[in-house]
Design a protein. Structure first.
Length: 391
């Protein structure tokens, strides 16, 4: 388990830095953007960077190994964070956007920490290893926003530049920690023997389509609302940055905290029930957000959003693993990942113009479209399921 604990520490350090991007990117963007509707572009480009780098990151790790790729990516992220700080000092929106895109690229590598942990333990301890790494994200959600606010005045006369100097230090520390990861290919979790069906056959399965839809809807709605929240709270409704940080921090804890038990819960109540509860909580978020703009409206809405995201995403992932054979898993997973992060990037890009043009209430109501469509698909799934022996 030594590798697992090292990766958990690195996850905590890296994720704490990324929390700063999601908390402050929109606020800084609102100050530097040439037009108000571009305020959330730096945050959106972080997600675009993740989506654009997901496949190259996997290829690089295959070529040079996970450890070296992790170290190089964290070091690169430290440099990118310093560029963000410099962009704040220079009041350069273009430089800010380029640097946050680069930070997003590091996320593609950071997402692989859990897989590296799983490969370093016997098959019977895989879920435990993944849970330990996710504890690192919980720690990051707890301390990341506080570190960002504590360092915001570090560079005199340039608010928030110091926060990203802190991000650079966190990423550099993660790179140093990751040098301690023992190299190696890891164990083969399962054999990849057997004839693979054509990809189109796999993708046409109702269960596969529902699993991908669950992941896409959960990430898109979550990203759309979360990206707009700091702008709506701090810029439009004039809540303090401390209150805004508290809401975002609570949301992140609500996203990752349930992972310690949601897998077991879904195993007991079933995938369909897990998806239904997650969907209901995301709908509750929309209702709460649409009824008021006080601090507690934001807090309850974002907490419901986080828990709902977790249940819907974990249930969708559990269903996805039942829809392909070992020889098909890489292609099937690749389509899922591209669909999820590509849609998330689009949702985040649309959040800036939406909060400016539509306002907070209408922005939230717009998410009813994908949520209701997914509800209809979920209700129809048992009928389709009975017609497909593979699901």
């Amino acid at each position: 388990m030594r590798n697992v604990y090292i990766l958990a520490v690195a996850q905590a350090l890296s994720a704490a830095g990324m929390m700063t991007v999601f908390l402050l990117g929109g606020i800084i963007g609102s100050e530097l953007a040439p037009r108000p509707e571009l305020a959330t572009l730096p945050v959106s480009l972080t997600i675009v960077g993740l989506a654009a780098t997901a496949i190259p990151a996997a290829l690089l790790m295959e070529r040079i190994g996970r450890r070296d790729a992790f170290v190089a990516s964290s070091a690169f992220a430290a440099l990118a964070a310093l560029v963000v700080a410099w962009a704040v000092v220079q009041s350069s929106f273009t430089l800010l956007c380029a640097a946050t895109f680069a930070l997003g690229a590091n996320l593609a590598f950071q997402q692989q920490h859990r897989f590296a942990a799983a490969e370093s333990v016997p098959p019977g301890r895989v879920s435990q290893a993944v849970s330990v790494v996710m504890v690192g994200t919980l720690v990051a959600a707890s301390v990341g926003p506080q570190i960002a606010l504590m360092l915001k005045e570090l560079v005199p006369g340039h608010e928030y530049a110091g926060s990203f100097v802190g991000v650079a230090l966190l990423c550099a520390a993660a790179a140093l920690v990751l040098t301690r990861v023992a190299p190696g290919p890891g164990h083969a979790v399962e054999a990849t023997t057997g004839a693979a069906r054509p990809l189109a056959v796999v993708l046409r399965q109702p269960a596969y389509l529902l699993a991908v839809a669950a992941a896409v809807v959960s990430y898109a709605v979550m990203s759309f609302i979360m990206t707009a929240t700091p702008i709506s709270m701090h810029v439009h409704d004039h809540h303090s940055d401390t209150d805004t940080a508290w809401v975002i921090q609570s949301h992140l804890l609500a996203m990752y905290g349930p992972s310690l038990f949601s897998g077991r819960l879904i195993g007991r109540i079933g995938v369909r029930a897990g998806m239904g509860i997650g969907l209901a909580l995301m709908l509750a978020c929309v209702v709460i957000d649409s009824t008021g703009r006080d601090l507690m409206h934001y807090w309850w809405g974002l907490v419901m959003l986080g828990i709902g995201w977790n249940l819907l995403f974990v249930a969708g992932t559990a269903l996805l693993t039942t829809t392909y054979d070992p020889a098909e898993r890489y292609r099937a997973q690749a389509v899922n990942e591209f669909s999820v992060f590509g849609t998330q990037a689009l949702a985040s890009l649309l959040a800036g113009p939406a909060i400016h043009l539509l306002g907070w209430r209408t922005l939230n109501l717009a998410t009813l479209v994908p949520l209701v469509l997914f509800a209809a698909a979920l209700l129809a799934w048992p009928v389709q399921r009975s017609r497909n022996s593979r699901t």
